[in-house]
Design a protein around this ligand. Structure first.
Ligand code: NAD
Length: 488
């Protein structure tokens, strides 16, 4: 049997299901980028509060592919969230998602839904590259092909910023206040960043629209944390075994979940504090902690672990060299750049190391390695820049950067090809092809990518030398040995 409203009856008792009348739920949120993460995180929080307030149902939207819509439409947009750790898997049916709009099939329908006064929040998980910005500076990339398209044809936008600005323009024309834009992507100061991007794009279209947004657009920053690997066929099989229902696209995650939100929602918000979210004045210290401790470690594990032959994070972190490196990266290099008390950071580190080791979560190093040009600045380069400014060493963080450089050559340590996914993959490839296995030429070529490294960092001689030395070692003796050497 396929999962559906009707098929909720008779689910095994162990499977949790929506504790509210789903037909009474009305949409209040539009979510752009209806990927695995949103479905394990925000949609689950909202699912927990719809009984108390049914006015916050979610309409999801895909700007890219119709795959999520195709999978979920035949099951009334219900899906299974499987929470997994060493003790087993617990399944819960999530009902907060009411519909998914495929933007390429129904752009007008999506824009109308966003412009509707019932929509009070538009949230996003469109990945870092979805913001069409320059990751080193956080500014809108006016030359991005999607942005050029959207400036030429603003009523039919293809980018997430273009979609938001067009919907906001329609609200302005209709005399409706702007919805609140809530980014849940791993960007530094994600609220301020998306606001800057939207206002810059609006200004290129219509200065009056930009002024209206300056005056009234709220973009609270958020820190989101829950590890959500891509779903595999083995997951599908296990989950349908547990629920007795076929599910076109279930989601697997860990027990841990965290959401810190800046409390700035002029049109109102769901009572997320009643279901475990933290509403605070200023999210940025939390975001910085998460980006540098969790994501910085994740990216280092991804590049170096992949090169050392590990498919999953849990296997990589079981390697004593990698475990020592990551422990040292957080303790000796990242912590001093963060404003929190040392004891809190140590507790956070220990919890992270445990989460990384969760063997039930098959989080692929290859998945985390994707889009490095978009991720490196906030995950590793921020730590490095802060430390260099204080004259402090950056040995371990620089090894993460060198790991990325080695990875984007597209050839692994056994000579097999690596499927390097990145919006700049073609440029990375041509730099790597020109450099061959010459570490200095490769590092020089990659340091010249201003949208990744900016202009200041590449001028730091000590930093360049450290990265180049590590890269040389990665070519000469491989990742496992280099990690052991650097980790001490
Ligand atoms: P996913 O691959 O399941 O989904 C990505 C979504 O982004 C899809 O809906 C896709 O269509 C959309 N997208 C991709 N490129 C886009 C573009 N250029 N413009 C517009 N939309 C685009 O990935 P996910 O696991 O859901 O992760 C999405 C984001 O969520 C991450 O990039 C990160 O910022 C954030 N996040 C993820 C996790 C996690 O563990 N998976 C944890 C914290 C935060």
């Amino acid at each position: 049997t396929r999962l559906s409203e009707v098929a909720l009856a008779g689910l095994p008792n162990a499977v949790e299901r929506p504790a509210y009348v789903r037909s009474a739920v009305t949409p209040g949120i539009v979510h752009l980028g209806i990927g695995a993460f949103h479905r394990a995180h925000m949609a689950a929080y909202v699912d927990s509060l719809l009984g108390a307030d049914p006015s916050w149902g979610i309409i999801g939207a895909s700007l890219r592919r119709p795959d999520t819509r195709d999978a979920l439409a035949p099951q009334d947009f219900l899906y299974t969230l499987a929470v997994r750790d060493a003790s087993g898997t617990r399944c819960r049916i999530i009902g907060s998602l009411l519909d998914v709009i495929d933007a390429n099939a129904d752009r007008e329908g999506l824009l109308a839904r966003m412009a509707d006064p019932q929509t009070r929040i538009v949230s996003l998980t469109v990945t870092e590259k979805g913001y069409c910005h320059d990751p080193a500076t956080g500014a809108l990339d006016q030359n991005h092909p999607d942005i050029r398209h959207d400036l030429g044809d603003p009523a039919n936008p293809v980018s997430a910023p273009g979609m938001l600005v067009e919907a906001l323009a329609r609200r302005k024309a209709a005399g409706i206040a702007p919805f609140t834009v809530m980014s849940c992507d791993n960007l530094p100061a994600n609220g301020r960043t998306v606001r800057r991007i939207l206002i810059a794009l609006a200004r290129l279209r219509d200065p009056a629209l930009a002024d209206w947004l300056e005056a009234g657009l709220a973009c609270p920053s958020t820190m989101v944390d829950r590890i959500v690997p891509a779903t595999t066929d083995a997951d599908r099989a296990e989950i349908s075994g547990l629920t007795g229902r076929e599910d076109g696209w279930p989601i697997v995650t860990e027990p841990f979940t965290q959401w810190v939100i800046e409390d700035h929602f002029p049109l109102g918000r769901p009572a997320l504090e009643t279901v475990g979210a933290q509403l605070v004045e200023d999210v940025e210290p939390f975001e910085l902690m998460k980006l540098r401790m969790l994501n910085g470690s994740h990216s280092s594990i991804a590049y170096l672990g992949y090169l050392a032959g590990y498919q999953h994070v849990s296997e990589a972190i079981a390697d004593p060299g990698i475990a020592r490196l990551i422990h040292g990266l957080m303790t000796e290099e990242v912590m001093a750049t963060l404003p929190m008390p040392r004891a809190d950071l140590e507790a956070y580190r220990d919890a992270l190391l445990q989460r990384f080791a969760n063997p039930a979560l098959k989080h692929r190093t290859w998945q985390i390695a994707m889009d490095g040009t978009q991720k490196l600045p906030q995950r590793l380069l921020g730590t490095i820049a802060d430390r260099l400014a204080e004259g402090l060493p950056v040995t371990r963080a620089a090894l993460g950067v060198a790991g990325w450089m080695r990875y984007v050559t597209g050839i692994d340590e056994k000579g097999a090809p690596i499927d390097v996914r990145d919006p700049h993959a073609a440029r990375l490839r041509s730099i790597a092809d020109a450099a061959g296995r010459d570490a200095t030429r490769l590092a020089d070529g990659l340091f010249a990518l201003e949208e990744v490294f900016g202009t200041e960092l590449p001028q730091h001689k000590g930093f360049r030398e450290t990265v180049t030395r590590h890269l040389d070692s990665l070519f000469a003796v491989g990742a496992a040995e280099t990690v052991r050497k650097v980790a001490g």
